[in-house]
Structure formats: structure tokens, C-alpha cells
Design a protein around this ligand. Structure first.
Ligand code: 9MR
Length: 868
């Protein structure tokens, strides 16, 4: 499968200028070029991958101005006319290793229709782009074979072969086949260092949580395992369970369950089949830290503001794209030519990923997941989010939870992307804003020389804005009513504009200088936006839109999980977990549990214990794994059933080291962890004066598509779990992104909320809620809490959520507080004791909004769900 080559990282003009400069300076002699030459070059090993085009076009890349295909068993390209320089249109292959002093034989078949000269180069991939071979065959329509030799003046591991095809006034067709570059040493076969064959969560297992590991072995019968503490003492032992050959890794594996051991400590190891795992902790502390770090990631991704070194030692930098030279962005950004005739101030927001682009669709899911992490603290029994101030951001201490401050940084940007009143498409959102051309690495944002452009509006972006602005409206209301109101207005406007323009789709070919984020189906964006608008406003129009969407009842829990392009799940999850009066809410809640059942079954069947098992892994697979974990976490919040919670914890094990590569995908977490993620900011691998990504940064993870040249050179034929390399150049397997850290943040907060892993017994209580009197605008209710468990309760906290905007005005026999929809009722000293079988009664009066006065939901006693 071909995907446009997006980021081979070198500005074209620079490449070409440097090549010319190198020749002018008498760069190392290019080999003699002759047609049908008989070569004396050593018959060495082949260095070109897929030179016969028998397996498609990978790993060949091309410049964005041409297209190529290999359908006829050759690689053919339509080369545009009207270009000036040879380097204006290029087809190439990267990652070629040359050995100093070795002579190489290059050969190829080539044709041009009509006849044209082409340039064949073997050269350095970056400045100064020295060419070791330069040849200019005169290609003809009937084709011919061309051979050259050259001697490499250097040792280099990442030379490129390029066919430079630009410079023709008129279009023409170029075909090439049987490309060969022979000589030198055999190409390195990349073998990742996967360390010991016993695979564990390298960070920590919760003391009272599940503890599982995987052993790679040839054995087919059970093996003995031993758990040792830091002192080397055996503290537990048992037998492995043979699991057969795992399709995602191609390995024969066994699994180990050592959940029975619960003593906290650090430096534990697990031994089986003569191999000892990397060390790990049993404890809960790491998750508190991770939940903070995963969120701190966003501050250093901020655009339009200087990053203070005092807040992030080692990561301080000037503001990027703040309306100053060299790019003058993003305070007055014009559209691409012909798209609009105005400029917008779209400064702020987060850089999407390793690039400097800002995309509304991806910003949408990211900010939504941060807001949902916060919203969960209102509704879930094991709610948790980093404490206020923990993120060390400029806004810390302003009285607003840090997580909302960080979310607002992006939400403000999304609002700026909305087309102002009086302009064509008013109310719609521009799909994205980014550089006119791809830039290379490293590149700090304030040094980006590229022009910035607004791209066309899209229905998907508009609905992302509607959904996030509706959610922001309800969450910011207690802190900043004006900002909340601004969001609600924007959300309504965006919704109306999307209804008026329901099918303006982002172009899949608008991928020069930034990602496309194209999406041919926006029915899920409509559903998500309607759901958020309904939860916030309770209005009939949005309720009807939710109920009418086929996605409301569709099975949306597919094996691939959900992401920026599949957002019905965001709507469904919020309808299930955030208080609302949807008539079929019980069914919605059950459907989330059904989805979780499916992911749990996948996980239980998987010897590496992850809730994701498609035959090939998608781009950013780690975010898909984490999003499937969110579905299980929501099911735990809904049911209080331990298995779902334990499923989430097992998924975390995969992300943090229990995987085929035996590494953690989170920087700074685990003995061996990703730290060279593709990023223009944190390019330590390329420039030692720059930092690695900050602790808590998730790598995209294994991607069977291996679309970048580095992955293609090293990972051809990889089994899914092996389609990953911690190299900064591997943008298709090892990027960082705002929508990948958002589920990491959500899940790490969930895990931090589990404390030491003890599950509060559910079913130990029952609540009767009896409304004795009701009058216009108010009612009075008595609540009785029954202890149906076997043990006495001394001191109790009952929580519930109102569904209809009710507000308690007065209470008795309890210490009662209300925040938003959430009510917390605590015992008084005299009614703290609840004997088994006993009960306690308290009461309150409350005001009710117009409309129904539904009974409360999400009732918990001391953090455990309680039957109503
Ligand atoms: O996350 C995106 C993934 O789902 C797509 O398959 C891929 C190719 O279109 O693009 C990914 O998003 C990238 C975006 O286009 C540009 N910024 C970096 C993003 C992460 O790689």
C-alpha cells in the first residue's frame, strides 16, 4: 500500500543547491556513466530494497508533485511539466549503507515518454548532500538499461539513491525497473535487542492488582517460575501456562500469573526458563507520577508562548509562531491561495506532534479526553486527577484545576479556527493550519522559516469544535461563566454550520507541509457533537439528533478501537458516564459494558494481555490500545466489576514493557523505554544540545504500515509487535502526538485512582430514595442507606449525581455538599456506625429545574457502586 511520502525531511531547494555546490567544489568523483557498460565492480551484495517493484512501491518515496505506481511490475510516474530544476521532482530510496573504498555497480532499466534526460544520484541524505555518483542517462520511450560504477569515499549508513526528474516544461512519463546497487558489505539485518525473554511491566504492578508476565520460549510444557525480591530471595514461585504461538509477535510464549503476591517493594525480578526479567516495583506511586507527567507533556507542546525553563528545566524555549520573524505566524494567518480572503489570529494551541502543524480534528479528541479525565472526577467512584498545581504550568494557582487550564490552552485555539460572522462559511472551522512545506529535523518552532497557511473549512473540524466547545461550556461554568458561555455560543454556531454544510470533507491529498487528517465519513462527528450538546443543554433538538443517529445503536466497539477519525465512541462513553436524561440511557450504559466485554475477551485470549489484536497494527497503535482500555475503565465505573478494572491494569503492563520488544513506550518509565520519538523539538538523537522528549511522553508504537524510510529499511516483513523502532526518523512508528498522550493521561489517572489496587466490595449497600413532597420548583426527599454486607461500616460517604439540574438547599442528619451535579453526603458523628443489616436515614430539600425530576444516578458508598 502506498501512502504519500510525507516527511523525508529535507527542503527541496536546499537539497538541490547543496548537490550543485558539492559538485562545483569538486566533491568526490562521480562514477563514469556509460550506456550498456560492462562493469568490473565487485559482485557484492544487493543494497537496494525492492528494486524490481514486485512487492509494490515500498520503500521508494517521491516528492509531492508526482504520483507513482507499480501496477505493471515497473515503477512508473507521471512527472509534471513546468518545473525548473532536476530536483523539483524526485523518486528515491533512503537508508543505503556504503563502505569507504568499496566500488559499487549501479544498474537500472529506464524509459521516458517523450524522451528526456534524467539524473541518477547516489548521495548524502542531508546537508551538504555530497553526491558519490551523478549520471544523466538520456531516456527514450522504448527504454534501455544503464549501468555505472562508483567508489564510495566515505562510510555512511543512510545514503540515498535518487532519480531527479524535474526541469521539463511539459509533462512526461518515467518508468524504472530492476534498480540495483551492488557491492560493499551485506546490508545489516536489523535485529532489535529485546533483552531477557521474560517480559514484565517494567514500572510497577499494583500491590492488590493483577500481576502477569509473558515468557518467550521454545518449551511447550509448563516451566517453573520464581519471583525474587531486591535481595535475591525467592518470595513466590509457580508454573507458567503455555500459550502457543502468538500471531502478533510470531513467538511461542507462556504466561505467568503471580497476582497472589502482594507485598510492596522495588527491584523485584521474575525468572523462568533460565532468563531473568528486567526489574520492577510492586507499588502504586509510579502511577501518581505518570498521571502528572502525561499531562505535563502538553505545556512543552504549547505554541505561541515561551516555555519557561523554571517550570520545565531543560525544556525552556522562546515562543513559537508568535507573530515574529522568521515566519510571522500564527497571529495573522492567511488561507492557502484561493481559499479565503481574510487572515485569522490562530496563535496558541498545542503543536500536534513532531511537526509544527495544528489540526482541529486532532486537537478535538485530545482536548476532549483531557476534559473527560477531569469530568470523570465528578462521576466515578475511583475518580482521580492530578491535584491542582501539580502540573507546574503558568496558570497553576489560579483557582482552576490545572488540567482544565491546560485544556483551555487548546480550546481557545479551536475557537479561533472558527470562521467569523459575515464571512463565507461563517461558523465552520478551518480544518488545519500548518507550514507551506515540510521542514527537516531538528527545528525549534521559533526558528521555523516556513510560511503558515489556513486550509479550507471542513465539516469534521466544525463538529470537533461543536463537541469540545459544548463539553467546555459545562465544565468551565463553575470557574469562568463567560468562557463557558462563549463556548456554548460557538458550539451552537458550529453545529448549525455543520448541518448547513454536512459534507465538506478534508482532501486526502492536502498533505504538503502537514498531515491530512482526512475523513470520508463524518456521521460519527455529528453523533459526538449532538451527544455533547445534549448533555450540556438537555435540549430536545440534540436529544432527537442523538436518538436518530444510526451510530446511537450501532456496534461501535470494533477490534481496531477508536481514534481521531472514529469519534462516535467519545459520544457514547459520555452519554453513558456523564449524568443526562436520555430515555435509553440504561441501554447506552449496557452497550459500553458489552464493548468492554469484547475487549476483555481479546485481552484474556492474548498471551501479552492487550485488548487489541487485529491482524495488522495501525499507525499509533498504542493510542488504540489505550482507548480500548478506556472502554473497560468506563465499564468498571458503571458496574464496579473488578474484571474490567483488572483488564485496564493488564493493558498498562503491555504499554510499560510486557511486550515482544521488551520495552516501555513511555519516556522515563521502565528500564528500557522509548526516548527518541520523532519530534522537531526534542531532537536529542540528532543534536546533543537538545533534550529527549519529556518523561511521560508516549510513542505511537508498532505500525504494520511502516510508511517511513527508516522503518522500511529495517523492519520489512515485521510481525505487528515488531513494527517499531525507537529512532527519531521513524515518523510512522515512533512519533509523539497530543492525541496519544491524552488516553495515556486518562488511563494513568484511572490507575492512580485505584490506590494499592484494593477493590471496594460492591453490593454491600442499598439506597432507598423517596421523594415525599414535590411543588413547583422544589421537592423534599428522604434517603435511607442500608448496609447489606457482612461487616460494620464506621463512617460513610454516599455520593450520587443529579440528572435534572437539581440543587440541594437544605439537609438534615447528614453533612451534605454539592458540586455541579455531584452530591456528597457524609455521616454525622452520631450516625457514623452502620451495623450489618442496619440502616441510616437522612433527608434534604432541593430546588428542581423545570421539567422532569428524575431519581439520581451513579450512587456510590465509600467509593463502591451502590444499588439504588
Ligand atoms: O495519527 C495519524 C494517523 O492515524 C494517520 O494514519 C497518519 C497518516 O495520515 O497521520 C497521523 O497523524 C499525523 C499527522 O498527519 C501529522 N502530525 C503527526 C501525526 C502523527 O503521526
Amino acid at each position: 500500500m502506498f501512502r504519500p511520502s510525507r516527511r523525508w525531511g529535507v527542503p527541496l531547494a536546499v537539497t538541490a543547491a547543496a548537490v550543485l555546490a558539492a559538485s562545483a567544489l569538486g566533491a568526490p568523483a562521480a562514477g563514469a556513466a556509460r550506456r550498456h557498460a560492462t562493469t568490473t565492480a565487485a559482485e557484492g551484495p544487493e543494497q537496494i530494497v525492492n528494486g524490481t517493484f514486485d512487492s509494490g512501491t515500498d520503500p521508494w518515496w517521491h516528492t509531492a508533485d508526482l504520483t507513482f505506481d507499480a501496477t505493471g511490475g515497473r515503477l512508473c510516474a507521471d512527472v509534471p511539466g513546468g518545473t525548473v530544476n532536476p530536483w523539483d521532482a524526485i523518486i528515491g530510496q533512503s537508508g543505503i549503507a556504503l563502505v569507504k573504498g568499496e566500488t559499487y555497480a549501479v544498474s537500472m532499466y529506464g524509459s521516458a515518454d517523450p524522451a528526456k534526460p534524467a539524473k541518477v544520484l547516489v548521495q548524502m541524505p542531508a546537508d551538504p548532500y555530497t553526491a558519490y555518483l551523478t549520471a544523466t542517462p538520456q531516456l527514450a520511450p522504448d527504454g534501455g538499461t544503464y549501468s555505472y560504477t562508483f567508489t564510495s569515499p566515505v562510510d555512511i549508513s543512510d545514503a540515498q539513491v535518487q532519480f531527479q526528474l524535474g526541469g521539463s516544461a511539459t509533462p512526461w512519463r518515467f518508468c524504472v525497473d530492476d534498480v540495483s546497487l551492488k557491492g560493499g558489505a551485506p546490508p545489516d539485518v536489523y535485529k532489535p535487542d529485546t533483552g531477557p525473554r521474560v517480559r514484565v511491566n517494567q514500572v510497577a504492578y499494583l500491590p492488590k492488582g493483577p500481576k502477569n508476565a509473558t515468557v518467550v520460549t521454545d518449551a511447550t510444557t509448563p516451566l517453573a517460575w520464581r519471583l525474587k525480591n531486591a535481595g535475591g530471595e525467592v518470595v513466590a514461585s509457580g508454573e507458567t501456562t503455555p500459550r502457543g504461538v502468538d500471531a502478533s509477535s510470531g513467538q511461542n510464549v507462556h504466561s505467568i500469573d503471580f497476582s497472589g503476591y502482594t507485598k510492596p517493594g522495588s527491584g523485584y525480578t521474575l525468572t523462568a526458563d533460565g532468563e531473568t526479567s528486567r526489574p520492577f516495583d510492586i507499588g502504586a506511586d509510579a502511577y501518581e507520577r505518570l498521571s502528572v507527567d502525561a499531562l505535563k507533556f502538553y505545556y512543552t507542546q504549547r505554541s505561541g508562548i515561551a516555555i519557561q525553563d523554571s517550570l520545565r528545566p531543560g525544556y525552556g524555549r522562546p515562543a513559537g509562531h508568535a507573530g515574529v520573524a522568521p515566519n510571522q505566524g500564527d497571529t495573522a494567518v492567511p488561507c492557502q491561495p484561493g481559499i479565503c480572503d481574510y487572515s485569522l489570529d490562530v496563535s496558541g494551541g498545542w503543536y500536534d506532534a513532531g511537526d509544527h502543524g495544528k489540526y482541529v480534528v486532532n486537537g478535538g479528541i485530545s482536548v476532549a479526553q483531557l476534559m473527560s479525565e477531569f469530568e470523570r472526577t465528578k462521576n466515578a467512584a475511583t475518580a482521580h486527577s492530578p491535584r491542582d498545581g501539580a502540573l507546574a504550568i503558568p496558570e497553576s494557582g489560579n483557582g482552576v484545576p490545572d488540567i482544565l487550564d491546560e485544556a483551555r490552552w487548546e480550546q481557545e485555539f479551536l475557537l479561533k479556527m472558527q470562521v467569523p460572522d459575515g464571512r463565507p462559511y461563517a461558523g465552520m472551522a478551518h480544518h488545519k493550519i500548518h507550514d507551506q512545506n515540510w521542514t527537516g529535523l531538528p527545528l525549534l518552532p521559533h526558528l521555523d522559516p516556513q510560511k503558515r497557511e489556513l486550509h479550507p473549512v471542513s465539516t469534521a473540524a466544525t463538529l470537533n469544535l461543536a463537541a469540545t466547545a459544548a463539553q467546555a461550556a459545562r465544565l468551565f461554568a463553575p470557574y469562568d461563566p463567560a468562557f463557558a458561555a462563549r463556548n456554548l455560543t460557538a458550539a451552537r454556531k458550529a453545529w448549525a454550520a455543520a448541518k448547513a454544510h454536512p459534507a465538506i470533507l478534508a482532501s486526502p491529498s492536502d498533505g504538503t507541509g502537514g498531515g491530512t487528517y482526512d475523513d470520508a465519513d463524518v456521521s460519527d462527528e455529528f453523533y459526538w457533537a449532538a451527544a455533547e450538546l445534549f448533555i450540556t443543554t438537555g435540549e430536545e433538538e440534540f436529544r432527537d439528533q442523538v436518538l436518530a443517529s444510526p451510530l446511537h445503536t450501532a456496534d461501535i466497539w470494533g477490534p481496531g478501537g477508536f481514534d481521531w477519525g472514529h469519534v462516535a465512541q467519545l459520544g457514547r462513553l459520555d452519554l453513558a458516564t456523564v449524568p443526562n436524561t436520555l430515555p435509553d440511557r440504561d441501554r447506552v450504559r449496557r452497550s459500553v459494558v458489552e464493548g468492554a466485554d469484547r475487549y476483555l475477551a481479546t485481552l484474556n485470549g492474548h498471551p501479552y494481555g492487550l485488548p487489541y489484536d487485529p491482524p495488522t497494527y495501525e499507525w499509533g497503535s498504542n493510542n488504540l490500545v489505550l482507548n480500548n482500555m478506556i472502554v473497560m475503565a468506563a465499564a468498571y465505573d458503571i458496574t464496579g466489576t473488578r474484571e474490567y478494572r483488572d483488564g485496564v491494569l493488564q493493558g498498562v503492563d503491555y504499554i510499560l514493557g510486557r511486550n515482544a520488544l521488551n520495552q516501555s513506550y513511555v519516556t522515563g518509565y521502565g528500564e528500557v523505554a522509548s526516548h527518541n520519538q520523532h519530534s522537531r523539538l526534542y531532537s536529542h538523537q540528532l543534536d546533543a544540545s537538545l533534550p529527549n522528549p519529556p518523561a511521560g511522553t508516549l510513542a505511537g508504537g508498532p505500525n504494520s504500515g511502516i510508511q517511513d524510510p527508516t522503518a522500511q529499511a529495517k523492519l520489512q516483513g515485521c510481525k505487528p509487535q515488531f513494527c517499531y523502532i525507537d529512532d527519531i526518523n521513524s515518523w510512522s512508528t515512533n512519533e509523539l502526538a497530543i492525541n496519544w498522550n491524552s488516553p495515556l493521561s486518562w488511563i494513568s489517572a484511572f490507575v492512580a485512582g485505584q490506590g494499592d489496587g484494593t477493590v471496594k466490595a460492591s453490593g454491600g449497600c442499598r439506597v432507598t430514595y423517596t421523594t415525599h413532597g414535590q411543588w413547583p420548583g422544589g421537592f423534599t426527599t428522604q434517603v435511607t442507606v442500608h448496609n447489606t454486607g457482612q461487616t460494620a461500616i464506621d463512617g460513610w460517604t454516599l455520593k450520587w449525581s443529579f440528572l435534572g439540574g437539581q440543587k440541594v438547599s437544605h439537609s438534615w442528619s447528614t453533612d451534605l455538599t454539592q458540586t455541579g451535579a455531584t452530591v456528597t453526603a457524609r455521616n454525622l458523628p452520631w450516625n457514623a456506625h452502620l451495623a450489618p443489616g442496619g440502616s441510616v436515614t437522612f433527608g434534604f430539600t432541593a430546588s428542581s429545574a423545570p421539567g422532569p425530576n428524575p431519581p439520581p444516578d451513579l450512587i456510590t458508598l465509600d467509593g463502591a457502586p451502590c444499588a439504588g
